[in-house]
Design a protein around this ligand. Structure first.
Ligand code: BMA
Length: 825
C-alpha cells in the first residue's frame, strides 16, 4: 500500500456563477491560499476577505459566502512507481458537501454526502509527474432549496430545505448555532495505491462473554484486483494475552474466532477499568506483507432491559450483566468550523466529562459522526456513547435516491465505528417522531415521512453490520406517544422551553431522560473575546445576537428573577444566570437519581458549545466551565446525598452508583448564617450497591420557630474515600435569604512545583455563611477541583488547581465573588 497525502496547501476562489453578492461586494475570483482540511469561511478569514464571523454580529455580513460556488485546487506529483500499482484510489475522508472532483480537467466523481468517506478510482486519470486536482463546491443552500422545490417542502423545524442535503444540520443555523453554512474539504484527502489487494472494514465482535472466557469473532474484508496466494494473519494481543491465526483468502471476507481465557472486561467510568485489546490484521502475498490494519477493541456486553412494571416499562442499559445508571450530557460539534478543532479540545472536554463522573455522552443527530479521536478518547475514559444517526427535528425525504444515500451512509458509518467499545446505542434520529406527533395530533410515528429510514433501513443496517449493540428508533421514542414518560426515552422540555420553572422537574417520572436543559450565559472572558465594551450589557444587541433561541434572552431574565435578585451588572448577570442553570440541572438530576432505576439515565442538554453564546452548554466555547459544570461534578457523584422536601418533612436520600455496597457516615446539621450549628445528627449507614433509598426524615416543624430567611440545613456524606457528597437545603429562594455580610480570607500554598504547571491549594475561610463562592484567577484559564460552593460560618474550604503562574501573580489576580446582600443584623 502506497499513500500520497494531499492535505496542506491548496488554492481556492469563487466561481462567478451565482451573483447573489451584497451590494458593493465583488466575487473573489482570483486564486488565494487555502488550507486543507478546512472550510471556505476559514480560508476567506485567513485571506482577510471576511472578518471573523463569530465576532460581534459579523455573522450577518458573511451570508453571501454560501451563496457562491467555490473551487479548490492543488498540484501534486505522481511517481512512475505509483502508476505501476494495480489500483489507485483518491480517498476523500470528508467533502462538504456538493463536490465535483476533477483531475487535470477531467471529472472523476461527484459527491453529495459530507458524512462519509468517498473512494474514487483514479488511476486512468493520472500521469507521471505533475497532476492537478480541482474540487468544485456548489452552494449547499441553493442546491438544497432547488431540490426542495422539485420534491416539495416537508414539515421541518428551522430551515426546511436542510433535510434534503446530507450535511451537518446545525450548519444551517440551530437554536444554539449561527447560520454559517460551510463548504470545503473538511477531512483528510490522499491517494492510496495497491497491487493485488488491500484490507478494509475490520470487525471484532464479542459473541459470548463471561468471567472464564470470551469468544470473539474477527473478520476483515479483502478488496482484490487479482492474484492468488493471499493470506491474512490475525494477531490478537492485550497486556497478557497473545493469539494468532492465519487464513488463506478465498472469497471477499476472512473470518475467524478467538477464545480469550479470563477476559478483562471494559466498564463505564465509575464502575471499573477500560482494558483494551488489539487485533493486528496483516495481508500477505506469497509470504510478504502488503497491507496491515490495527484495530483496538474491548470486551463488554450491552443489553437493554425493558420490563413491565407499575409505571409502564423500564429502560435500563446493562453492561456486562450489571445495570448502569447513565449519567452524562449531549454533545454537539465543538466549533462552527469543524476542521479547525484541535485534538486538545476533544481531550479537554471529554476529560472534564469524566472528571464530573459522567459515563455517557450522546452524539446528537444534528451534528456529525464525530472524528476518530472522539471515540478513541471515549473508549479510554469509559464514556459510553449514545450515537444518533445524523437526522434531526423534521421529516426526511423518502424518494428512492435519498433512501439509497441513507443506506450507504449508514453502512459506511457503522463499519467505521463498530469496533469502539464506547458506542453502546445506535439511535435513528433526534426528535423527528416527537416533533411530528406533537404537530400532528392523531398521527403516529409511522406516518412521518422518513419513517422508512428510522423504522426499516437503519435497524437492518445495524443488525447486519454490527449486531452487538442496541438500536433505538429515535430520541425520544417509546410506545404510544414518542415522548411518553411511562416507557422508552424522554426529552423534558416543559421546563425552560415552555417557560416552566425547574421545580417542575420533580413531577417528571420518565424512564430514561436523553435531554433536558437550562440556558446560561457563557463566561465573561469568552464573551470578551468576541465583543467590544459597549456590548457587555445583559440586554445589548450583541447579547441577543449571541443567543439563538427565540425568546432565549427573555427567558434568562424570567428564571433569574424567580430565584436571584436581578441587577444590570454584566458580571452579576453572568454569575447568577449560571447559578440558575446549575440549580436547575441539580434539581433534575437529583430527582431522577433518587428514582434509580425507575429512571435509569439523565443526560443533560448540552455539554459543549460551537461558538460564544448564551446556551444550554455547561462548558462554553472557550472551554471554560460554567457554574453548572462544577455542580455536575457534585450531582453526578458516585455516592450522592440529596434532600427532598415532602410536605413538612425533609427527606434525606442516598444514591449509590458504585457496584459495591458502602459503609457511610451521614452528618446532618441545622445552622443560622452567623453561627456554626444549632442542631446536629450523625448516622452510620450501610448503603447497598447500585441503589437509591431514603435514609431518614427531618421534621421541619421542629425548626419552625427559626426565621426561614436566616437558617438552613446541611448534610455531609463520608465514605471510606472521604467526603463524597455535600448538600444544603434553604427554606426560601436565594433572593429572599437574609444573607449576612461576611469576610473571606485566603491562604495560598503550593502542593507541587515541578513540571510545567504547579499544583496549588487555596484555603478560603469565611467569618459568616458565604453562598456560592466563585474563585477566579483573573486573566488565567484555571479549572478548579470545585467552585461556586457555600462556606458555613467560621468554616474553611480548600480548592486545588494547576497554574504556571507564581504565587505573587496568583495572589494579585485572585478574585472571589459570592452572593452578597449586605444584610446587617
Ligand atoms: C432539543 C435538541 C436540540 C435543541 C435543544 C434545545 O430539541 O434536540 O434540537 O437544540 O432541544 O432547544
Amino acid at each position: 500500500m502506497k499513500k500520497i497525502n494531499l492535505n496542506g496547501k491548496w488554492r481556492f476562489r469563487a466561481i462567478d456563477r451565482y451573483k447573489s453578492l451584497p451590494r458593493g461586494k465583488r466575487a473573489v475570483t482570483r486564486w488565494m491560499k487555502a488550507t486543507v482540511p478546512g472550510t471556505v469561511h476559514t480560508d476567506l478569514m485567513a485571506n482577510r476577505q471576511i472578518p471573523d464571523p463569530l465576532y460581534r454580529m459579523n455573522e450577518n455580513d458573511v451570508q453571501w459566502v454560501d451563496q457562491q460556488q467555490w473551487a479548490y485546487k492543488r498540484e501534486f506529483r505522481v511517481p512512475a512507481s505509483l502508476l505501476a500499482q494495480d489500483d489507485i484510489q483518491l480517498v476523500c475522508e470528508g467533502l462538504d458537501t456538493y463536490a465535483q472532483i476533477r483531475i487535470d480537467g477531467k471529472v472523476v466523481g461527484e459527491t453529495s454526502n459530507m458524512f462519509v468517506e468517498h473512494r474514487l478510482d483514479v488511476k486512468r486519470y493520472l500521469r507521471p509527474g505533475k497532476n492537478t486536482i480541482e474540487i468544485l463546491f456548489d452552494s449547499p443552500s441553493i442546491r438544497s432549496k432547488a431540490i426542495e422545490k422539485k420534491h416539495g417542502a416537508l414539515q421541518v423545524a428551522l430551515e426546511p430545505h436542510r433535510v434534503y442535503v446530507r450535511k451537518a444540520q446545525y450548519s444551517f443555523s440551530w437554536d444554539w448555532s449561527p447560520k454559517l453554512t460551510t463548504s470545503g474539504v473538511w477531512r483528510n484527502i490522499s491517494l492510496e495505491a495497491f497491487t493485488y489487494a488491500r484490507l478494509q472494514h475490520p470487525h471484532v465482535k464479542v459473541l459470548t462473554l463471561n468471567s472464564r472466557e470470551a469468544v470473539v469473532q474477527v473478520s476483515v474484508e479483502v478488496e482484490r484486483t487479482r492474484g492468488a496466494g493471499l493470506s491474512v494473519r490475525m494477531l490478537l494481543t492485550s497486556e497478557e494475552s497473545y493469539a494468532e491465526q492465519t487464513s488463506a483468502v478465498r472469497g471477499n471476507t476472512v473470518r475467524t474466532t478467538f477464545r480469550i481465557p479470563k477476559p478483562k472486561l471494559w466498564w463505564p467510568n465509575g464502575c471499573g477499568d477500560q482494558p483494551m485489546y488489539n487485533v493486528l490484521f496483516s495481508l500477505h502475498k506469497d509470504g510478504e506483507e502488503i497491507h496491515r490494519l490495527d484495530v483496538p477493541f474491548a470486551l463488554r456486553t450491552v443489553k437493554l432491559v425493558q420490563e413491565k412494571d407499575s409505571e409502564g416499562k423500564s429502560f435500563i442499559i446493562e453492561i456486562n450483566g450489571k445495570k448502569i445508571y447513565c449519567k452524562g450530557a449531549n454533545w454537539i460539534p465543538c466549533d462552527t468550523f469543524i476542521p479547525r478543532i484541535a485534538d486538545s479540545t476533544y481531550k479537554t472536554l471529554l476529560h472534564l466529562a469524566k472528571d464530573a463522573h459522567m459515563n455517557m455522552i450522546r452524539v446528537w443527530g444534528g451534528g456529525i459522526y464525530e472524528q476518530d479521536i472522539f471515540y478513541t478518547l471515549c473508549d479510554r475514559l469509559g464514556l459510553m456513547v449514545w450515537q444518533d444517526f445524523m437526522y434531526a427535528c423534521g421529516e426526511y425525504p423518502e424518494q428512492p435516491w435519498f433512501l439509497k444515500r441513507s443506506k450507504e451512509e449508514a453502512e459506511k458509518v457503522v463499519k467505521r465505528l463498530r469496533n469502539h467499545p464506547s458506542i453502546v446505542v445506535w439511535c435513528g434520529n433526534n426528535e423527528c417522531e416527537y416533533d411530528f406527533c406533537t404537530k400532528n395530533p392523531g398521527k403516529t410515528a409511522d406516518d412521518l415521512r422518513g419513517a422508512t429510514i428510522f423504522r426499516d433501513i437503519l435497524p437492518s443496517v445495524v443488525a447486519r453490520h454490527d449486531g452487538a449493540r442496541l438500536y433505538c428508533r429515535s430520541s425520544p421514542f417509546g410506545e404510544g406517544f414518542p415522548n411518553a414518560e411511562s416507557n422508552g426515552t424522554h426529552h423534558q422540555w416543559t421546563v425552560w422551553d415552555l417557560w416552566k420553572d425547574y421545580k417542575q422537574y420533580e413531577n417528571d417520572n420518565a424512564r430514561f431522560v436523553t435531554e433536558f436543559g437550562f440556558q446560561a450565559p457563557a463566561n465573561r472572558e469568552t464573551f470578551d473575546e468576541v465583543s467590544i465594551p459597549s456590548d457587555r450589557h445583559p440586554q445589548s444587541w450583541f447579547m441577543e445576537h449571541h443567543n439563538k433561541k427565540m425568546e432565549g434572552p427573555e427567558r434568562l431574565f424570567r428564571f433569574l428573577s424567580a430565584h436571584y435578585r436581578v441587577g444590570t451588572s454584566f458580571d452579576d448577570f453572568i454569575y447568577k444566570g449560571q447559578l440558575v442553570q446549575a440549580d436547575a440541572l441539580k434539581c433534575a438530576v437529583e430527582h431522577w437519581r433518587r428514582r434509580k432505576f425507575r429512571t435509569a439515565g439523565s443526560l443533560f442538554w448540552q455539554l459543549n458549545d460551537c461558538w460564544p453564546a448564551s446556551s444550554w452548554a455547561v462548558v462554553d466555547s472557550g472551554l471554560r466551565p460554567k457554574a453548572a459544570y462544577y455542580f455536575a461534578k457534585r450531582f453526578f457523584a458516585a455516592v450522592l446525598l440529596s434532600f427532598k422536601k415532602s410536605g413538612n418533612t425533609l427527606e434525606v436520600w442516598v444514591t449509590n452508583d458504585a457496584l459495591k455496597a458502602a459503609p457511610v457516615t451521614l452528618d446532618l446539621g441545622f445552622h443560622s448564617f452567623v453561627e456554626k450549628r444549632i442542631w446536629a445528627k450523625r448516622l452510620k449507614l450501610h448503603v447497598r450497591a447500585n441503589s437509591s433509598s431514603k435514609v431518614c426524615e427531618v421534621d421541619l416543624l421542629r425548626f419552625a420557630k427559626h426565621d426561614s430567611a436566616r437558617h438552613y440545613f446541611s448534610g455531609r456524606l463520608l465514605t471510606a474515600n472521604g467526603l463524597s457528597s455535600e448538600q444544603r437545603y434553604f427554606l426560601l429562594e436565594p433572593k429572599h435569604l437574609l444573607l449576612p455580610k461576611t469576610r473571606l480570607s485566603t491562604l495560598l500554598t503550593t502542593v507541587l512545583t515541578s513540571g510545567k504547571h504547579g499544583e496549588w491549594r487555596l484555603k478560603i475561610r469565611s467569618t459568616q455563611f458565604a453562598k456560592n463562592v466563585r474563585v477566579e484567577i483573573h486573566g488565567e484559564d484555571v479549572v478548579f477541583d470545585d467552585n461556586y460552593f457555600d462556606i458555613d460560618a467560621g468554616d474553611t474550604r480548600v480548592v486545588r488547581f494547576r497554574s504556571g503562574l507564581t504565587a505573587r501573580e496568583l495572589k494579585k489576580r485572585l478574585k472571589l465573588k459570592w452572593i452578597e446582600y449586605h444584610y446587617q443584623p
